[in-house]
Design a protein around this ligand. Structure first.
Ligand SMILES: *[C@@H]1O[C@H](CO)[C@@H](O)[C@H](O)[C@H]1NC(C)=O
Ligand SMILES: *[C@@H]1O[C@H](CO)[C@@H](O)[C@H](O)[C@H]1NC(C)=O
Ligand SMILES: *[C@@H]1O[C@H](CO)[C@@H](O)[C@H](O)[C@H]1NC(C)=O
Length: 356
């Protein structure tokens, strides 16, 4: 009867004592594994600021690999220049400037100065993109969105925060990435000098960055023309509690102490639901119902917080809910057929209100 299934054959000939020993062994291994996963690892996590930062920023996840940032055309970006800025905190930041469709065939735009002149004399809106965690400014879903902006005849500027892409390594923290982004936005606003409207677009973790930047600038009475928040969360504490990966730890009585509190205590907070109070420009929130990285409910919470401060007034803040049936999830709202119209009418309204 004993066929060639190794395990069956083995245990058929075991005595009951051996079997009990074997079961004890299994129990012991299970208990130790449980203690390691739900006890030891969380405690290490609680005390390691380095691990918390790595999990939050995921900047070590470099995808695509080995991008030559100086040759954007190799990843399919036309009319794009690569350049660097040295921030006020002496961090070297890598950026791309992408020309609008109507300037693509202009063969005289080649040098850095030519490109910068295009921003100085911009007639079309300019979008500054702040990306989410992991990857870099050449990641695929980001390229898709730049190409959409380009096809809508908008200028685009995108960049990598410190420690991402080919930007310089520097102390990675909320205030670090926020100050890099604030520097880039101020640099852009200064160059454009009011000749064209500048919009900020944040995605995922980049929504936390952009809301924080705009709140800081609001205290200096500086704002862009408008802010788009794609797949945003209300704050990191809620994002950590609702993230799918957290769900296996949520049954632990010490979940909050282990996972949520250390981020807060270490100033990794991204409290957009507080910062949004200060923002003075119109805001458009975009969120897909089937987002399984930042649940839709968190975008809605941010929207409710904004309404609470600014009133339910579409000139100040509005939210577009994207049906789960489209399957866009966390990263691919850029494929939404209505997105160009949503962006264009938002831009149009902002410009109309500015000239009124
Ligand atoms: C640019 O040139 C290409 C090829 O010559 C042409 O197909 C395209 O329509 C031109 N685009 C613009 C915006 O002029
Ligand atoms: C910026 O715009 C202001 C007002 O339109 C103008 O007075 C100023 O000269 C401009 N600055 C530069 C550097 O072009
Ligand atoms: C905001 O106003 C719109 C239209 O007036 C309404 O449909 C919506 O339910 C309101 N939202 C909240 C959260 O009050």
């Amino acid at each position: 009867m004993c066929n060639n299934y190794y395990l069956n054959c083995k245990y058929m000939h075991q005595s009951p004592i051996q079997l009990i020993r074997y079961l004890f062994w299994i129990m012991k291994v299970s208990i130790i594994t449980y203690l390691i996963i739900f006890g030891l690892l969380p405690i290490i996590f609680h005390y390691s600021y380095t691990i918390q930062k790595k999990i939050l920023f995921l900047n070590f996840v470099q995808w695509p690999l080995n991008v030559d940032f100086s040759k954007p055309e190799l990843v399919g970006m036309k009319g794009t220049r690569n350049f660097y800025l040295q921030t006020d905190q002496q961090v070297k930041i890598g950026l791309w400037q992408i020309l609008p469709q109507s300037l693509l065939n202009d063969s005289i735009i080649t040098t850095d100065d030519d490109y910068e002149t295009m921003l100085k004399n911009a007639k079309r809106p300019i979008f500054l993109y702040m990306h989410g965690n992991s990857g870099n400014r050449a990641s695929n879903h980001r390229l898709e969105l730049y190409k959409l902006f380009q096809s809508l005849d908008y200028h685009v500027v995108c960049f990598d925060y410190r420690g991402y892409g080919d930007s310089e390594e520097a102390e990675l923290s909320e205030i670090g990435v926020v100050s890099d982004s604030k520097y880039v936005l101020e640099w852009l606003l200064k160059i454009v000098n009011g000749t064209a409207p500048v919009f900020v677009w944040g995605h995922s973790l980049g929504t936390g960055v952009s809301v924080h930047v705009l709140a800081l600038l609001a205290t200096e009475k500086v704002q862009p023309a408008g802010l788009f928040l794609e797949s945003p969360f209300n704050n990191i504490a809620d994002e950590l509690s609702e993230h799918p990966l957290s769900q296996i730890f949520k049954h632990l009585p010490w979940f909050h102490w282990v996972i949520v509190e250390p981020f807060y205590d270490n100033y990794l907070r991204f409290e957009s639901d507080k910062h949004i109070e200060k923002i003075q420009c119109p805001i458009m929130i975009l969120h897909a119902e089937d987002d399984n990285i930042v649940p839709f409910a968190l975008g809605e919470k941010l929207f409710k917080a904004a309404i609470n401060y600014h009133g339910n007034d579409t000139n100040r803040v509005q939210m577009t809910r994207i049906d789960a049936t489209h399957g866009f999830g966390h990263k691919y709202i850029c494929r939404y057929k209505n997105l160009p119209n949503i962006i264009k009418s938002f831009v149009h309204e902002v410009r109309k209100n500015q000239t009124d």
